[in-house]
Design a binder for this molecule. Sequence first.
Ligand SMILES: Cc1cc2nc3c(=O)[nH]c(=O)nc-3n(C[C@H](O)[C@H](O)[C@H](O)COP(=O)(O)OP(=O)(O)OC[C@H]3O[C@@H](n4cnc5c(N)ncnc54)[C@H](O)[C@@H]3O)c2cc1C
Length: 409
Amino acid sequence: MTSLWLDEAAPFAASRPLPARTDVAIVGGGIAGVSVALHLARAGLHAAVLERGTIGCRATGRNDGQLLLGLGEHYHRVHGQFGAERARLLWDFLRENHEALRAELAGRGIACDLQTRGGLRLAETEHEWTELREAAALLASEGKPHELVPAGALGRRLPAAAGFHGALFLPGEAIVEPVAMVRGLAATAVRSGAVVAEHAEVAAIDGEAGEFTLRLADGRRLAAALVVHCTSALARELDGSGLLARTVFPFRGQVLASAPLPDAVAAKFPPCAMSSNFCYEYFRVHRGRLLIGGKRWSVPGEEVGILDDGAQNPQVTQNLLAYVREHFPDLRGTAFPRVWTGIMAGTPDGLPLLGALPGRAGTYVLGAFNGYGLSFAFLGGRCLAEMLVEGRSTHPAVALFAPRRCTAE
Ligand SMILES: Cc1cc2nc3c(=O)[nH]c(=O)nc-3n(C[C@H](O)[C@H](O)[C@H](O)COP(=O)(O)OP(=O)(O)OC[C@H]3O[C@@H](n4cnc5c(N)ncnc54)[C@H](O)[C@@H]3O)c2cc1C
């Protein structure tokens, strides 16, 4: 079953035929590939996106549409994992990504139901509430906007909820309709001079920097000076450096969408990003339906290593429905007729890949967002474009994402 977003969104109408040659060939037309193309075109380079299916047809069109801070982690955990300085860089990168993306969407009039009403991180247990307070203390010490919502005050923020132990509200988070967003960005890229080709599956990449040849599955060819891999975990074999195959692993997420809720029930959910259990479960309302995902941790194997987004895991569905019954009493008995899955890409350290692929000159990657690409890729695309145009990105966070970190054994 396909996602609600892919069913609802208008087709991408600005697809252009491939030229024989381009400066930069970008493989993959999700949020990563489209963002790179847009920024390269603006900088005056000839960029061509080659997308196997339609724009946004894979993870970008199958997610929950939440623009989050902290790559989904509570802030004290980001500090714990990366240290204070890198945690601040990472948080600021994501905040800047949201600001730049919002400005782009507003500036180009891209209609994608962007709602900038923040995000609620709900505590599933008393322990998580303790952790949320730790996160809040750190955010306060760094002057980052947030608000702690004790359990007794949750009824005002999220009247539909039961059984949560409090929440952390982050005003900088947002929700969006992801397919309309990425197709709007792709149309903007085309207007800026990029070529965006759908139904253009890359089968192999031959040659070397300055003289690559991309061979398409249907026999077409494209010559390019540089290549950017934006295929998430879906075409790791195309990377001649071998780094993507060695480092990036796929995992599958699953989302359920309810039948339209009565207005009075839908109104009990605020129009914002919501999650609990350290962001493992996430939900939001879209046009009167509840969209909820997560629970992959609750099944054997945690859906890691799976590349099939044409199938679903019935046990994940059952466990998500149990979560709905537990936390949203008004929805007991509500049907969830639509279920879909999407493939995300992970790295061992949980950080994305942005930059040159070591060992294969002229090739680059933007991807492996560990489940948070909407929250990262727009600014990521700008930084990568700077690298290609200027030779380096001046953004202080990009060293965190350098693919060469994955070569140190
Ligand atoms: C269930 C779920 C919920 C999520 N929720 C959120 C969320 O709320 N917030 C958030 O920030 N992120 C979320 N994510 C993650 C987010 O969707 C991804 O991180 C992001 O969309 C990845 O974008 P991408 O462009 O790297 O990959 P994709 O969107 O997967 O794009 C890769 C593209 O490459 C194309 N491709 C593959 N092979 C080839 C080839 N050989 N030739 C040409 N093209 C090829 C594919 O067709 C595809 O379109 C979620 C993901 C899932 C699955």
